[in-house]
Design a protein around this ligand. Structure first.
Ligand SMILES: Nc1ncnc2c1ncn2[C@@H]1O[C@H](COP(=O)(O)OP(=O)(O)OP(=O)(O)O)[C@@H](O)[C@H]1O
Ligand SMILES: [Mg+2]
Length: 311
């Protein structure tokens, strides 16, 4: 009970527990050394460098010709090249199936590239995946949970993986959950009994309670109500402002990308078609309103559909 009260108190102060005053001190010695390790690598290398990244998957409709023949494949990512600077919030937008989650999965070492190179603070994801995993954390809409376990059991399990002391972890996730509108009292419920949005809140909390050097967020606010969405966005910005966390996120919410991201890259059919600040992309769209949505429509070829419908 006390802890709940404590975290509510913090909420009133409007501070992010995980990144207020001493992120590093509170993170515990293990995490501290990781954050330090990332800082020690501060030799001008970007937080994330993606070079000529290509990933192919079998075509779902492709027929195997003979048992040994491979099914025909297509490039979900085709020679993708970009970099994310330290402390930057970088957004990836693009149509369904454009390759955003595939890219995030490769950076988080869940998938291996077919061609090209990906480096996190100079560490190669293929060469040293274990070291990369110490520097990152990932939240996805399709986040995996132990569904028959409770929310708190899942969070405690994650905390152990992150090397967080149980008490520190508890304080953090109680604080975060209260902020984003999930009553910590419900943490005893089995994850499978939670609504999609409630589950997403637990998933977001799981990623945000650690202080990774690079935070990977695959649609972190999809399915959240507007108030919770704003709060998650605020937490992300605070982590960047106060702890210097670098963030790579994907979203289908153009307003979110505009509000949150320093730069945005548009992925289309596995290729980055343009990169810039939201304002720059709006300019490039050349439309009258010049919003990020205009840029999205222009660079994903959807404006052509509009013309056809109009004519
Ligand atoms: N494990 C897999 N096996 C086969 N094909 C896959 C696999 N993962 C992704 N794909 C395919 O790769 C393409 C890119 O998928 P991806 O999930 O990266 O898209 P996305 O941009 O995240 O889409 P969304 O916005 O819907 O989340 C899609 O055509 C998808 O069907
Ligand atoms: Mg996706």
């Amino acid at each position: 009970m006390d802890r709940v009260k404590n975290s509510e108190g913090r909420k009133v102060e409007g501070r992010l527990e995980a990144s207020s005053t001493g992120t590093v001190e509170r993170a515990g010695p293990e995490r501290e050394s990781l954050v330090r390790a990332a800082e020690a690598m501060d030799d001008g290398r970007p937080a994330l460098k993606v070079d000529g990244l290509t990933k192919r998957f079998p075509r779902p409709e492709g027929k195997r010709h003979g048992f040994w023949r491979r099914r025909p494949r297509f490039a979900a990512l085709a020679a993708v090249t970009f970099a994310v600077e330290r402390g930057e919030i970088f957004g990836l937008i693009g149509m369904n199936g454009s390759g955003k989650s595939t890219l995030i999965r490769i950076v988080s070492t869940l998938l291996v590239p077919d061609e090209g190179q990906v480096k996190v603070f100079g560490v190669d994801v293929e060469g040293e995946p274990a070291r990369v995993r110490e520097l990152i954390n990932r939240v996805a809409v399709d986040a995996a949970f132990f569904k028959v376990l409770s929310g708190s059991e899942n969070l405690r399990y994650a905390a152990r993986l992150y090397g967080l002391a149980p008490r520190v972890a508890r304080e953090r996730y109680d604080g975060l959950l209260t902020r984003i509108g999930f009553d910590p009292k419900r943490l005893g419920d089995q994850v499978k009994s939670l609504s999609r949005g409630e589950r997403q809140k637990v998933a977001a909390t799981r990623a945000l309670m650690s202080a990774p050097a690079l935070l990977l967020l695959d649609e972190p606010t999809t399915g959240l109500d507007p108030r919770s969405k704003r709060e998650v966005q605020r937490v992300i910005r605070e982590m960047r402002d106060e702890a210097g966390t670098t963030v790579l996120l994907t979203t289908h919410d153009m307003e979110e990308a505009e509000r949150l991201c320093d730069r945005v890259g548009i992925l289309h059919e596995g290729r980055i078609v343009t990169i810039g600040t939201p304002a720059e992309l709006g300019e490039r769209a050349g439309g009258r309103s010049r919003t990020l949505e205009d840029a999205f429509l222009k660079f994903t070829g959807a404006e052509w559909l509009g013309e056809e419908n109009g004519g």
